[in-house]
Design a protein around this ligand. Structure first.
Ligand SMILES: CC(C)(COP(=O)(O)OP(=O)(O)OC[C@H]1O[C@@H](n2cnc3c(N)ncnc32)[C@H](O)[C@@H]1OP(=O)(O)O)[C@@H](O)C(=O)NCCC(=O)NCCS
Length: 206
């Protein structure tokens, strides 16, 4: 990892991201805690209708306040948000997390968006999903993680499948976009079926 040491002796990379903000490093991506200072990059990125629709199925002119509320709610519910960083440069390229955590049922929902389009289709998303899911199973003690995406999002469907998710059903024609109808696709992953990525999170044997 190339680190630039600034005048105040804080280790930072070229993007100005502090190197010690990473919680885990995989092969291509690292995850670090989602910081308030990343919010502007996210809000700016999802003004792009394509990214917004792929990310959550709609384009409703997102605001900073609304997005900040969403991230806060995730934390309040016992979930976690991560910044996704491309390695080795430690460049912020996306956001992911586990939300709607239900402690009684040990269940949660996965969300991810790589908001730097230059990094789509190159394996970053699959690894980020694996690391996030592994976090959910290891540290939130979840039993099952679910997600929903539109049937038009074929790249996401493939990435989720590669990361270990299985399709569990469809709400047929549940979405309408530009006059065409698409299914909501439901997928899940059980802790017992998940293969942890390596390199990945530390284990007590490390
Ligand atoms: C969905 C997302 C996380 C996937 O991450 P990614 O890094 O782009 O995906 P990966 O490169 O890891 O895997 C994509 C797979 O789909 C394939 N793929 C790429 N573009 C595709 C396309 N347009 N249609 C179908 N498959 C496609 C790739 O070839 C790859 O499969 P392969 O390894 O078998 O060849 C990322 O693209 C993203 O954040 N997109 C915008 C927001 C979004 O859609 N979020 C998901 C909301 S549910």
């Amino acid at each position: 990892m190339e680190i630039i040491v600034s005048d105040n002796q804080t280790a930072k990379n070229k993007e100005g991201i502090k190197a010690n903000t990473l919680n885990v490093q995989g092969r291509q991506v690292g995850l670090g805690p989602w910081l308030d200072e990343y919010l502007d990059s996210w809000v700016q990125a999802i003004q792009d209708p394509q990214l917004s629709i792929l990310s959550d199925g709609s384009f409703s002119m997102p605001t900073r306040e609304k997005e900040a509320e969403t991230f806060q709610l995730t934390r309040k519910e016992g979930g976690a948000n991560f910044g996704i960083f491309a390695l080795p440069e430690v460049k912020l390229i996306g956001v992911c997390g586990i939300y709607r955590v239900n402690q009684r049922n040990q269940s949660g929902v996965l969300g991810i968006s790589i908001f730097d389009k230059d990094y789509w289709g190159k394996g970053y998303g699959t690894e980020a999903v694996k690391l996030t899911v592994d976090f959910g199973f290891r540290f939130l003690n979840l039993h099952t993680i679910q997600l929903t995406t539109g049937s038009f999002n074929t790249r996401a469907l493939r990435a989720y499948e590669k990361a270990g998710f299985k399709e569990i059903g469809r709400w047929r024609e549940a979405q309408q976009l530009a006059g065409k109808r698409y299914d909501d696709v439901y997928m899940d992953c059980l802790a017992s079926e998940f293969e942890a990525p390596s390199p990945g999170w530390f284990t007590l044997q490390d």
